[in-house]
Ligand binder design. Structure first.
Ligand code: ASN
Length: 332
């Protein structure tokens, strides 16, 4: 009998480790309560798929993830990926910022071993809790050789998503994670089925390397709306932001009263990234809506504001200027 693949489960908290007062509490509960050994013990079916060992990296709700958490987690994932006795890595994570961590790892961990990020929408104590099957599907995907070289994956609700594309699109359904360009595959009854592969640079082909990153700059997001003012942009700059991601209306458009502030801040050295707040997937074109060449601003292409923040962090940590920043937004 051949040995089972070895999968390390890194637990960070979230609703998948959440506990409510009763089985009918599907939305009222405390995140980050159940420790990693209990998560593993709660799904005995895991042992048929892989040899799973767990590590509790953090025990937090993902809305409280900081840049330091990203660095700590990324370095641990990279160290494990280098070990010969690790075939795949699963990260349990709160769903609120799961897409940000998945994209960060996708950009910075240089490995072709499967890295799968997973969460749940209902706490472990709820009726029809979704965490157990999500976890089994995530370990199945991480243990599968066919998952290699596809970048960091997110497995939720039987679907395998590209960690770059996927976003939390609703907060009250188990069918919460969507990729604007579609999922990569499915996990059904312990088997993976693939339909497409990521086209953008990631992991092994990335120019970024978590081993070389020891600090991440402050990058903030300001939200566009009607009656917009420049207050938030100037306040972020005053507090030391190195870049501001503009979560713009429509095609990353910028309200008239905000334009002079963004031009001034750019002149002071901050990078200005125009993204789109639209939910179906943005697509911001350079020099459409605003003269980006003239203002030396950057467009986020199809990345949503929170993902644009992650790529900006990583690029600025490597000293990117505005030209490099624009290049990486098209390549990653
Ligand atoms: N469903 C969840 O995991 C939400 C929770 N607030 C978290 O992100 O940790």
């Amino acid at each position: 009998q051949t040995a089972k693949p070895q999968v390390v489960l890194l637990a960070t908290g979230g609703t998948i480790a959440g506990a409510g007062a009763s089985a009918t509490n599907s939305a009222t509960y405390q995140a980050a309560k159940v420790p990693v050994d209990k998560l593993i013990a709660g799904v005995p079916e895991l042992s048929a798929v892989a040899q799973v060992r767990g590590e509790q990296v953090f025990q937090i709700a993902s809305e409280s993830f900081t840049n330091e958490h990203l660095l700590t987690l990324g370095k641990r994932v990279a160290a494990l990926a280098r070990q010969a006795d690790v075939d795949g890595i699963v990260i349990t994570h709160g769903t609120d910022t799961l897409e940000e961590t998945a994209y960060f790892l996708n950009l910075t961990v240089r490995t072709d071993k499967p890295i799968v990020v997973v969460g749940s929408m209902r706490p472990s104590t709820a009726l029809s809790a979704d965490g157990t099957l999500n976890l089994l599907n995530a370990v199945t995907t991480a243990a599968d050789k066919s998952s290699r070289g596809k970048g960091v994956l997110v497995v939720m609700n039987d679907e395998i998503h590209n960690g770059r594309d996927v976003t939390k699109s609703i907060n009250i359904r188990t069918e919460a994670f969507k990729s604007p360009w579609g999922p990569l595959g499915m996990v059904v009854e312990g088997k993976t089925y693939w339909f497409r592969a990521p086209a953008k640079r990631h992991t092994m082909n990335s120019e970024f390397d978590i081993e070389q990153i020891n600090a991440l700059p402050q990058v903030d997001i300001a939200y566009g709306s009607g009656n917009a003012s420049d207050t938030a942009y100037r306040a972020f700059a005053a507090k030391g932001a190195k870049a501001i991601v503009h979560a713009g209306t429509g095609n990353g458009s910028v309200a008239g009263p905000v334009v002079p502030a963004l031009r001034e801040l750019r002149a002071q050295g901050l990078q200005i990234v125009r993204s789109a707040r639209v939910v179906g997937g943005g697509f911001v074109l350079r020099n459409a809506e605003q003269p980006d060449d003239q203002y030396d601003w950057v467009v986020a292409h199809d990345l949503n504001p929170q993902k644009a923040r992650i790529l900006t962090l990583v690029a600025l940590a490597k000293g990117a200027d505005s030209k490099t920043l624009q290049r990486v937004f098209m390549e990653y």
